[in-house]
Design a protein around this ligand. Sequence first.
Ligand SMILES: [Zn+2]
Length: 323
Amino acid sequence: MLSPVRTLEFVLTFKFDMGLNIMKSDITVFKTIFALLISFSMISIASAGPKDFDRGDAALPSFITGGQSSSKPAKKETKKESKKASKKSKKKEAQVENHEFHKADWDYRDPSGWGSIKEDYHLCKNGTRQSPIDITSTKPARLSHISFNYRKGAKTIVNNGHTIQVDMHKGNYIVVSGKRYELLQFHFHTPSEHTVDGKPADMVAHFVHKASDGELAVVGVLFKACQENNTISQIWRRIPVKAGQKKKMSRKINVLNMLPKNRGYYMYSGSLTTPPCTEGVKWMVLKNTVPVSDAQVKTFADLIDNNARPVQEKYHRTVLTRN
Ligand SMILES: [Zn+2]
């Protein structure tokens, strides 16, 4: 078999030998070159090993190749590897679910005693900007609206003995008055910790955010027991029943669906509602409630019981409000 270069050389020599004025033979010459080149390349493809093509696929981005190679031997390899990977991830998940649980030194039997447990918790009894509070006599103000930038998906769900907490991936945030706060996690209390005109809601979700300067901002979403909440159903499906248990969360969950449509809110400066009761927390409690069913509240209450810190003295704080 002649190499394509040799074939071309041979044909061109022939063309020049015959003279440039022979146009008909010109066409024949090009037809011959074309036919020879085609047949040569067919033979090359047939004799090339599948590996040559794997390399080609590997160079393509995975969204084109679908993350898989086109040749059979490579597919077998991929299956083996993915089996190994899934075994590994199952093992990892099991480790996560059985991770050791360190019981905290405080609980909800005596919240008024938290400040005496240790010096680190002194704000729980000496603080003057503590949360939660009873929201009354609010002052309308020109507050910035809260811009929610939450994406689909959540990382893990943990039962830490005090609440059910969903930890988030990076990249979910709110913007308030031009300042960005990253969503770290959200968790639940029943009944709600903040009360409005003396009345608690049936359940509350606290969305805990942190700005790059360390400032914490918590958004409270109040739940009213009246009808089933689909997002809560999705979350409860993965609920860890034992304290210390942690599970992976679904990528499908849309946290935004847990917020009311109208996002008017109350704002004041408060604290964490659990030890060490750190102050300087920007509290934003949404005015409008979202539905939840009695059964859904019960599912939570059966696992966690009452986990609401009682309302704290307001001192001279003003609660601002925006519709
Ligand atoms: Zn909370």
